[in-house]
Design a protein around this ligand. Sequence first.
Ligand SMILES: [Zn+2]
Ligand SMILES: [Zn+2]
Length: 105
Amino acid sequence: MKKVSDKQRQKNKEYARTRKLAYERDDGMCVLCGALATETHHIIFRSHGGTNDLKNLACLCRHCHELAHGVDAKKVREVLMEMTDRYEEGCVRCSVRRGIDHGRT
Ligand SMILES: [Zn+2]
Ligand SMILES: [Zn+2]
């Protein structure tokens, strides 16, 4: 059995908490299409130095999560990063909806 270090365990605990906050923030819905969110996505991939901060997490449905890692990954990341800029302003929900309204204003 592999021993998990205390540091790693602490990290996992923190991440679990942040994920929960992300679900609460996003109302349990996919920030891209509004479907039920089933996964949390790292907007800046961890392999690119992304953190487990709430600001770097977005709740996505399965389908959008696949897009976020697919050929349009760059485009999806730009959309998500624009959203996270607004997260700091507080009004997540209406700004998120506006962000995904494909061209309409
Ligand atoms: Zn979705
Ligand atoms: Zn992801």
